[in-house]
Design a protein around this ligand. Sequence first.
Ligand SMILES: O=C(O)CCC(=O)C(=O)O
Length: 288
Amino acid sequence: MEFIRKIDVVENISEKDFLNHYFYPQKPCIIKGLIKNTAAEHWDFDYMKKELGNVVVDVFDNTINKTSAYVGGDKKMKFSEFIDEILKNEDQCPYRLFLFNGFKHSVQLQKDFPCPTIFKGILDNVGFMFFGGRNTIVRMHYDIDMSAVLHTHFYGKKRVLLVPYEYSQYMYRPYFNTYSIADFSYIDDIDYEKWPALRKVKAYDIYLEHGDSLFMPCGWWHYMIYLEPSFSVAYRKFPYGFNNIVNGALNLTTRLWTDKLLNKFFGKKWADFKYNKALENSNKLAGL
Ligand SMILES: O=C(O)CCC(=O)C(=O)O
């Protein structure tokens, strides 16, 4: 895997320039300063607890293996308890909150940080939140609906590997799914003996800090590590381009449900089959 360490970093970009230079060409960038002079500039865990503390959330436990694209959480707890949990985990926190619709529970939070003008569109009311502790990992995947994402990070540091959709054939993706079976947990020491097709892939290696917004083009793969306890808000923009629209619609209406059905009827047999096929297909396409 070749790491690209240079990505455009922009500040004070107009909507027109963002659309012309990044959204229409589907080119990633980091945008600085979108939270400047908003209440979100001061967001921290205490404030989040004040706004969302009593909400019961569906927490993901990374120690449980997932073999489907779109899955729910593993255990329910109060948001305030979840935050205490991620703050007390010193080394590798397995708990995270994924696709949490925090704005539904706190109008104030959305007032603090409404969708930035540059990302306005029919989905601009939907802002999902993500939380993790130190070294919490989010497996390599792309978003099932193929929307474009503006991912703004808060409080601590996060590392992101961002892979263009065009490398999908080398990404060890199981049939009907949008995640990779490859192991990225040794991100700087990938096991190419086991995952040789990854040698063909180029990935942006990105570090986000409080207030940085990452523009992720439609269908781009992402793997994330929370280097410190922190959280993010992702606003979405309707998929751009015919292929992305069709692909997103097929994922949501057909592939997801076919996979769920096969999981239901064949369980581990189906999981093993699609795992082995993902391995075989990527290795073959890489000419190995
Ligand atoms: O930040 C995270 O925990 C995951 C974010 C993500 O996967 C997304 O924005 O699509």
